[in-house]
Design a protein around this ligand. Structure first.
Ligand code: LCS
Length: 394
């Protein structure tokens, strides 16, 4: 069957993977090696000059990692991909591969707290000016674009407020100004949303989350056009040395086999949890793009298959009520990270987004009473029952 004609359900299982031709092993082998033997000195020299295909050293290329890169590129409708040690490494390397000292970039105001710290503390130190902008507002973006602006970066849905950004609209705007549009697709995954099909240039992921799916590894990836990806690999992945380990790549490959099934279940359970919370008297507001009256619902319907597994809500009584809830749960586990089989719950303002100041948190909707749930694949009714019991004690 031609890979181009495969559905996503089949692609997650078979895309870029086939049984090992020498042994017949159905599971992709883990090439857990740092270096590869040359046949003779001339062979080594030819590989270094790029005159012959082959492996040199795992930081430069590794068969297990390469399969993961090809798989993500297929799933995201991209030409190529390069894997990194973490989502943060993927984002950092993407930014420095496009912007240099003297350039300017635009970043959405609601992103993962680590990304916010990178963009507001580290990147400016390199002489790259960063404007933090509400990327759901086309006019606000346009007002910030200057002659030296190079890229727009955003997540959709965003961490932790589930803000939805119109990928097609912002891509058109970016391209009108010759900017590179980078989307962090961690929350949606390519099962629910493929930003490149909507016009984005580059997609980044924390593979630590849904792609791996089992909370047992860390990884990141960047996919896009082949020419860009090969430059990214040369200039940053290899020389900065942010490569993923073959074993972690293998864990993620294994996770992706069930990604389609998991994303359907995460989305079904999250919708149940969102509906339950919406009707609860101790809940003031629920943020979930799958709710028909959510401000992002219309755009989400346009660009997403389903609405994903992340739900945030504001609890009545603020920070103290939230603390009580988080101490009162049995099934929902108090932990950061997301996209695992297990339901994880956390308090963004004091945990994942503590890199935002109190004023910034309030300004961008990361209120003291905001609780974020990464809804797992357990029985959805039992997740709601756990939350109900927890809220009773508040
Ligand atoms: N992008 C998004 C949207 C994320 O949520 C995270 C991590 C990253 C990038 C960074 O990826 P990493 O380096 O961890 O693989 N988000 C986390 C969170 O919300 N809780 O713990 C980590």
């Amino acid at each position: 069957m031609d890979k181009d004609n495969m559905s996503l359900e089949t692609l997650v299982v078979h895309g870029a993977q086939k049984p090992d031709p020498t042994t017949g092993a159905i599971s992709t082998p883990i090439y857990q090696t740092s270096t590869f033997v040359f046949k003779d000195p001339d062979h080594g020299a030819r590989l270094f000059r790029g005159e012959e295909e082959g492996y040199i050293y795992t930081r430069v290329g590794n068969p297990t990692i390469e399969i993961l890169e090809r798989k993500l590129a297929l799933l995201e409708s991209a030409e190529a991909g390069v894997a990194f040690a973490s989502g943060m490494a993927a984002i950092f390397n993407t930014i420095i591969s496009i912007a240099s000292a003297g350039d300017h970039i635009i970043v959405d105001d609601t992103v993962y707290g680590g990304t916010y710290a990178l963009m507001t503390k580290i990147i400016p130190r390199l002489g790259i000016e960063v404007s933090i902008v509400n990327c759901a507002d086309e006019k606000e973006i346009e007002s910030k674009i200057k002659g030296n602006t190079r890229l727009i970066f955003f997540e959709t849905p965003s961490n932790p407020t589930l803000k939805v950004i119109d990928i097609g609209q912002i891509s058109r705007l970016g391209h009108d100004h010759k900017l590179v549009v980078v989307v962090d697709n961690t929350f949606a995954t390519p099962i629910l949303q493929r930003p490149i099909e909507h016009g984005a240039d580059i997609v980044v992921h924390s593979m630590t989350k849904y792609l791996s799916g089992h909370g047992d590894t860390i990884g990141g990836i960047v996919v896009g056009r082949r020419e860009y990806i090969e430059r990214l690999r040369e200039e940053t992945a290899i020389d900065v040395g942010s490569c993923i380990s073959p074993f972690n790549a293998w864990l993620i490959l294994r996770g992706i086999k069930t990604l389609y099934l998991r994303m359907i279940r995460h989305s079904e359970n999250a919708y149940k949890v969102a509906r339950f919370l919406k009707d609860h008297p101790k809940v003031e507001r629920v943020m979930y793009p799958g709710l028909e009256d959510d401000p992002g619902h219309k755009i989400a319907r346009k660009q997403m298959l389903l609405f994903g597994g992340m739900v945030s809500f504001e609890i009545a009584g603020g920070r103290e009520a939230g603390k009580r809830l988080l101490s009162n749960l049995n099934l929902c586990t108090l932990a950061v990270s997301l996209g695992d089989t297990d339901t994880l719950i956390e308090h963004p303002a004091s945990m994942t987004h503590s890199t935002y100041s109190d004023e910034e948190c309030l300004k961008f909707g990361i209120t003291p009473g905001l609780i974020r749930i990464s809804v797992g694949i357990e029985n959805g009714t039992e997740i709601c029952e756990d939350l109900a019991r927890g809220l009773e004690g508040v």
